[in-house]
Design a protein around this ligand. Structure first.
Ligand code: AR6
Length: 178
């Protein structure tokens, strides 16, 4: 699904975050040490190559809600933005920390003049955040910040299942129709 919002294209697709060849940046669902890990982080580190851990070393550790940016190395994207999402119900307030991840990622992208960026569903895997709750908690503030964006023209939410993609589609359609 593709929607226009304030001149910006917003998409939600089922796919793999490491295979988004046409995007300038993608976001990593990182761990505090910015090491390989599992899920999205494991896939991104494997695709980017071992040099990514070296590049990340001086930037670690990061705290829940924080984001840092590196080059993409062997990923098909110029940049990777690494966000540490909250562990749901443990890092509190989880909603504020999740929002901070998305807003900090957008800010880093804007600072670099990035035009297109892909997001996985941060915190909704190993960190246990219910996906639909995550949408309610981050999306309004995300869309608000996007409406002030200068460089970003294209956002793609990359979800791992049809069900998750459908939840995003439904939520975005409703949110942008107001
Ligand atoms: N592409 C897109 N989405 C994916 C992919 C992929 N290749 N792989 C998984 N997902 P997670 P978190 C989905 O666990 O909850 C790691 O071990 C997945 O279905 O990657 O923020 C790190 O090292 C889920 O909906 O991130 C951290 O310790 C979403 O991406 C910790 O897990 C996020 O799942 C981070 O946990």
């Amino acid at each position: 699904m593709q929607t226009e919002y304030q001149g910006i294209t917003i998409e939600s697709v089922k796919g793999d975050i490491t295979k988004q060849d046409d995007l300038e940046a993608v976001v990593n669902a990182a761990n505090a040490q910015l090491l390989i890990g599992g899920g999205v982080a494991g896939a991104i580190h494997r695709a980017a190559g071992p040099e990514l851990e070296e590049v990340c070393k001086p930037l670690a550790p990061i705290s829940p809600g924080e984001a840092v940016i590196t080059e993409g190395l062997q990923m098909p994207n110029d940049y990777i933005i690494h966000c540490l999402g909250p562990v749901y119900g443990v890092d509190k307030p989880s909603d504020e920390l999740l929002r901070a991840c998305y807003l900090n990622a957008l800010q880093l992208a804007e600072d670099k003049g990035i035009t297109s960026i892909g997001f996985p569903a941060l915190s909704t895997g190993a960190f246990g955040y219910p996906l639909e709750q995550a949408l309610v908690d981050f999306m309004p503030a995300f869309l608000d910040q996007l409406s002030h964006a200068a460089s970003i023209q294209h956002i793609r939410f990359v979800l791992f299942s049809d069900k998750d993609a459908a939840s995003y589609e439904k939520y975005i359609q409703q949110a942008v129709s107001y």
